[in-house]
Design a protein around this ligand. Structure first.
Ligand SMILES: *Cc1c(COP(=O)(O)O)cnc(C)c1O
Length: 398
């Protein structure tokens, strides 16, 4: 964590210069940059990734953010986008071509899966698999497998994969590996250390940290990130605004403190909920056992505070009563900000889709925010009381 702060402080100093001694970096709110001479214009325009020409390419405020995220992930380079999906679609668009095959492993963020399914119309083949162990991934690799895309922990079920095994399989095949590392933040898991080629973040979550921006990032080798810049970023145009980059930099300054809190808070909340019989299952690496526990210990330096529960039954009235009774926890999408959140996967008409994803209709994604952890626990308990009546404390009776 100390190293983290050194990085943040030095970068601000270096990048802002000493002119005004400003504590925070400048928001360079400009679309384009002028050139004193024709010669300078010519030199810059043949290498837009290393020169300020137009903010669709590079921008000084956004570049500060990019350098910081690259440092935190331990990557050579980072490119920031105007959303996590902007980063994901640009990466897949850049790295894939007609005839290529992609493996998507376990419960992937829904929009990422949809994008890959849509790539089918350009002749990119997709296999979406659910595996219990990483070794099973090998069975699904084909001659034309070009990319393995995964999340670990995964969306909704928060299952882990053995990154080292996946990168080993991918390297044998000559395929790229891409991980969506949003859940762990750049502080709690460093996939590049285990040979993953590209790390993606939705900066709308922990990095922004205040529920006020939508942004994304891609981190990897200079060569790969430059390629994604030239094709996916420049052409698809999911460009982050300088102001949103500035807000993300602001978010990074408290990321370490927030994540340290989140790790403690999620443990408190899960310790309290794990014995509650009105919840049939809790999905989070902190409660993992066996191989999953070993993977959590191996790869995670701390815990993100996004988890999921299945209620005791799949009765829609119980689900409705529970969700509506929550007071501290708010109903809403996204996560990573101050507010604790609940998001039922069942939206009234998507039962087939929910089942297809291997989820229970009573599955609720929950996010522990920055409120006092016990107030979140108490809120969830009183909502369960309303749906199911008071918890019978079996252990105490026994
Ligand atoms: C939110 C999210 C995304 C999408 O990011 P946006 O910034 O909303 O486009 C992708 N992956 C995960 C795991 C997410 O939580």
């Amino acid at each position: 964590m100390n190293e983290y702060y050194e990085n943040i402080c030095c970068e601000v100093e270096k990048t802002t210069g000493k002119a005004y001694h400003a504590m925070t970096p400048e928001i360079v709110q400009t679309s384009s940059f002028f050139f004193p001479t024709y010669e300078e214009f010519m030199a810059a325009s043949v290498d837009e990734k290393n020169n300020y020409v137009y903010t669709r390419g590079t921008n000084p405020t956004t570049e500060i953010l990019e350098k910081k995220i690259a440092q935190l992930e331990g990557g050579e380079k980072c490119k920031v986008f105007s959303s996590g999906m902007g980063a994901i679609s640009a990466t897949l668009f850049t790295l894939l071509a007609q005839g290529d095959h992609v493996l998507m492993v376990n419960t992937i963020y829904g929009e990422s899966l949809s994008f890959m399914q849509d790539m089918g119309k350009f002749g990119v083949e997709l296999t979406k698999i659910d595996v219990a162990t990483t070794a099973e991934v090998e069975e699904h690799i084909q001659e034309n497998t070009k990319l393995i895309y995964f999340e670990s922990p995964s969306s909704q079920k928060f299952e882990l994969l053995d990154m080292e095994k996946i990168t080993e399989l991918a390297k044998k095949q000559g395929a790229y590996t891409v991980i969506d590392n949003t859940w762990a933040s750049p502080l709690f898991q460093h996939p590049l250390d285990y040979g993953v080629d590209v790390v993606i973040h939705s900066c709308s979550k922990y990095i922004g940290g205040h529920s006020d921006i939508v942004a994304g990032a891609v981190v990897g080798s200079e060569q790969l990130v430059d390629e994604i810049f030239e094709k996916g970023h420049q052409a698809l145009g999911a460009v982050n605004s300088p102001f949103n980059s500035w807000l993300a930099i602001r978010g990074l300054r408290t990321l370490a403190v927030r994540m340290a809190h989140q790790t403690k808070a999620i443990k408190t909340v899960l310790d309290c909920l794990s014995k509650d019989h009105r919840i049939s299952k809790i999905y989070h690496p902190y409660l993992a056992e066996g191989e999953q526990k070993q993977l959590a210990d191996k790869y995670l330096k701390g815990y993100g505070s996004l988890f999921a529960i299945d209620l005791q039954d799949t009765d829609f009235d119980h689900l409705k009563t529970f969700v509506n009774a929550l007071k501290v926890v708010t109903i809403g999408v996204s996560w990573g900000g101050f507010e604790s959140l609940a998001l039922p996967v069942f939206k009234g008409s998507n039962l087939e889709a929910v089942k297809k994803r291997g989820l229970s209709p009573s599955h609720i994604r929950m996010y522990v925010g920055l409120e006092a952890p016990m107030s979140i626990v108490e809120d969830i308990r009183q909502a369960l009381d309303q749906a199911y009546g008071k918890e019978v404390k079996n252990e105490e009776n026994a």
